[in-house]
Each structure stands twice: as structure tokens, then as C-alpha cells.
Design a protein around this ligand. Structure first.
Ligand SMILES: *Cc1c(COP(=O)(O)O)cnc(C)c1O
Length: 401
């Protein structure tokens, strides 16, 4: 999107503001489906924890996407947005047995990543087919918070425990209809992904009634020019070839599934915030914005470096700024970053703000969560109102003390 378009939206809807470009989401969705066009049955399940606004869900549904969910509330939001249960997969970790039961009864595909739950579920519901999440013990890249396939990870059933899974299946007569892995975010090297896929294929051979193989996600997106990103097109070529060969070997047609979050929505998002103060110190120039980690926590949580543009002065001479928030703790968005000259009152635009940004926002410091706008057909559509003081009071009870 152009700086002028974004600035106009900030004027119309106020700051701070999240803006999502519908076209970019569509481009990314089509890139993935084109890369795997030779696969007869391809299923993309959008990992909605990345960005869960129901209008975004509906947009993805209209593109043909399914949903990957991690809580019963996400399932309910998905149903509300118009997804049918058969288009949803539930991939929880560490949730209660009752929650899994409840979701299964809605007709949603269950993905289990724990032996004790598998045994309990198989004994109680031998007729409900289940997918199992394996842990291939491969380090795919990314930082320790988001890399989830390695040996110490709490996710998935270890491939070394497959014999145990087989025993449970035999004892309970339950049906395993899918095998899943998710190696975590930020796949730098597709060879590592393909290596992990071999482990998935190996595990799959042990199960006779599979309908789908789910390769998870973790595709890396660029944050700035020259950044390494997962080469989806090359992955498509190589994995398709291997998948088709596996299907022959397995003896029946299978669905190939992915569950991308970041890949579909990261680059489509922009976070806009006004500069309250410019503060020249002896060491740097601070630009203090009208927001903080209550609205965008990724730089502090993951050390992610979001591109920042001064959309009020996009052609201005660049200077060095340290961009900080208004929270009463250190909340630095960027250190000594080159940005077009900033004046108090200017609006800054943070890039790659579609995934894990609004969905991780909080009311810390008793601030309102921002509004969200969907940019479609050259127009901004409000898809979430800015919170108000009533929202802060909602559910609180003032007692006599
Ligand atoms: C979070 C998550 C995803 C999405 O990961 P991205 O890096 O955003 O693509 C996919 N699958 C599972 C099981 C997840 O927990």
C-alpha cells in the first residue's frame, strides 16, 4: 500500500490503527496453491492464531482456505465466520481432555500430540478418526520461542514413540486418518524441511488408513529487501514430486495439507502510530509513539525487526532514531534506525504487522486496543472498532471494600 493511502486511513479511523491489505493475502494464498498445483488434493488451513478477526477469516474462507485452530474459542470464531466443521482442524497442545472432546463432537478434525490423551480418546471414542502430531526432532530455524520441532520441544509425539502409538491403535481399534508435523517458524533452508518430510513419510507408512499428510508451516517471510525467505516455489516443485511418489508407494490418494499463518498475513499488515515526542538525548534521538508493547509486542518478545516508515514525510532526509513506546517499562521497537526525518505529530508505519501483532495485543497500562481496517477494492473497511472506556470496565465488579 502507498504511504498516502495509509495516512488517509489514519486520518479517517484514528491512531493507533491496524490495516490489512486484502489483495496481499490473496496473492500469498495463490502463491502457495500455485506452487502445489500438481497435487490433486491440496488443503490450506489458515493458522488463525496469527490474525483472528472474523472478516479476515471470511476473506480466507472465500479464497478456499480451511482453518487451523488451537483453542475451542478459535473453533467457535471460525464457525461464526462461516467455516463448516469439516474445514477446521484442531491442533491443541496441553489443553484439557474435555476441550478436545467438545471440539470433536462438533465434527472438527482432531489432531492429538500426546500419548496419554491419545489413549484416553481412543478408548472413549474409537469411532472418531484422529490425526497425530509427530515431533520429527529437526531444528528448522528461527529462535527458541518459535522453533517447536526440536528434541526438547513440548510439541508432538516423538517419532521414537511411534511403536507406542501403534500399540494404542491396536488396543483401542481407533482410526488414525492423518499425520501431522509443524517444525516451527522461520524455515530458512528448504532442504531441512524436506528432510523432516522424509521422517513424516516414514512414520506415515506405519498407518494403513491415512487420508491426509499435514506438513504444518513455518514459512519465513521477508522483513526487508534482501532478507532470506522460504522459497515456496522451489519447495512446491520438490515436495510435490516426493509426495506424488509417496502416494504411489502408499497405494492410495492422499490430501496434502499446510497450515500457514505468517506466510498468508504477515506482509499484508501495517500498524500505524502517531509520534508523541521527539527527545534528543546525549546518545540518541528518541521518537516516542502513542503506543507500546500492549499493541505490538513482537520486537520485545521475539526481537523481530519490523520495517518502519514515516508516512507523514516519506521523502524526507533520513536520520537515526530509536523508536520507543509509552509503556512504563523499556519498550523499544527499533534501535538507531534510519527513518525519514520525524516531527512530533507524524505517523509511523510498521511493516509486517499482519501476523501475531493484533492477536497478541493487550490492555496493559489500561489502554484501548486499536481499531482494525481491511483495505479492499481501494477502500478501507472498519472490521474492529477501537475500544472504549466501557470495554475496560466490562466484566469488572466494583465491590464495597
Ligand atoms: C502457529 C502454528 C502454525 C502457524 O505458524 P506460522 O509460522 O505462523 O506459519 C501452524 N501450525 C501450528 C500447529 C501452529 O501452532
Amino acid at each position: 500500500m502507498q504511504p498516502k493511502e495509509l495516512l488517509d486511513l489514519a486520518t479517517t479511523f484514528g491512531n493507533p490503527l491496524y490495516v490489512y491489505d486484502a489483495d496481499k493475502i490473496e496473492v500469498q494464498y495463490n502463491r502457495l496453491t500455485s506452487a502445489f498445483a500438481k497435487v490433486e488434493k491440496l488443503r490450506i488451513n489458515y493458522a488463525m492464531k496469527a490474525l483472528s478477526n472474523i472478516s479476515i477469516l471470511k476473506l480466507l474462507k472465500n479464497l478456499g482456505s480451511g482453518l487451523d485452530t488451537v483453542s475451542i474459542q478459535e473453533v467457535q470464531l471460525g464457525l461464526h465466520a462461516g467455516f463448516t466443521p469439516d474445514k477446521i482442524i484442531f491442533t491443541p497442545n496441553g489443553v484439557s481432555f474435555e476441550e478436545i472432546e467438545e471440539v470433536a463432537k462438533m465434527g472438527v478434525q482432531i489432531n492429538i500430540d500426546n500419548l496419554s490423551i491419545l489413549e484416553h480418546f481412543g478408548a472413549k471414542y474409537p469411532k472418531i478418526p484422529v490425526c497425530i502430531r509427530i515431533n520429527p526432532h529437526v531444528m528448522a530455524g528461527g529462535n527458541e520461542n518459535i522453533s517447536v520441532g526440536h528434541i526438547d520441544s513440548k510439541f508432538g509425539i516423538s517419532i521414537y514413540q511411534i511403536p507406542h502409538v501403534l500399540r494404542i491403535v491396536e488396543n483401542t481399534k481407533m482410526n488414525i486418518n492423518g499425520i501431522h508435523m509443524h517444525t516451527g517458524s522461520d524455515i530458512l533452508d528448504i532442504e531441512v524441511f524436506l528432510y523432516a518430510s522424509e521422517i513424516l513419510f516414514d512414520a506415515a507408512k506405519q498407518f494403513k488408513n491415512l487420508e491426509f499428510l499435514d506438513f504444518g508451516s513455518g514459512f519465513k517471510v521477508p522483513y526487508k529487501k534482501g532478507d532470506i525467505e522460504t522459497n515456496i516455489e522451489e519447495l512446491g516443485k520438490k515436495l510435490t514430486k516426493r509426495f506424488l511418489a509417496f502416494e504411489k508407494e502408499y497405494g492410495r490418494e492422499l490430501t496434502l495439507a499446510f497450515e500457514p499463518g505468517k506466510f498468508l498475513v504477515s506482509e499484508a499488515g501495517y500498524f500505524l502510530a502517531k509520534v508523541n515526542v521527539i527527545k534528543q538525548t546525549t546518545s540518541t534521538v528518541f521518537a516516542g509513539i502513542d503506543s507500546g508493547f500492549n499493541h505490538l509486542i513482537r520486537p520485545m518478545f521475539y526481537g523481530s525487526q519490523h520495517g518502519i516508515e514515516n508516512i507523514s514525510n516519506p521523502k524526507g532526509k533520513e536520520r537515526f532514531y530509536t523508536v520507543v513506546g509509552y509503556i512504563c517499562e523499556t519498550d523499544t521497537f527499533a534501535n538507531n534506525r534510519r527513518i525519514a526525518e520525524i516531527h512530533e505529530g507524524d505517523t509511523l508505519c510498521f511493516k509486517n504487522a499482519g501476523a501475531y501483532c493484533f492477536s497478541m495485543a493487550s490492555n496493559y497500562n489500561s489502554r484501548f486496543k486499536p481499531a482494525e481496517v481491511l483495505w479492499k477494492n481501494g477502500k478501507g473497511h472498519l472490521i474492529r472498532e477501537r475500544e472504549t472506556f466501557e470495554d475496560l470496565l466490562q466484566n469488572q465488579i466494583l465491590i464495597e471494600v
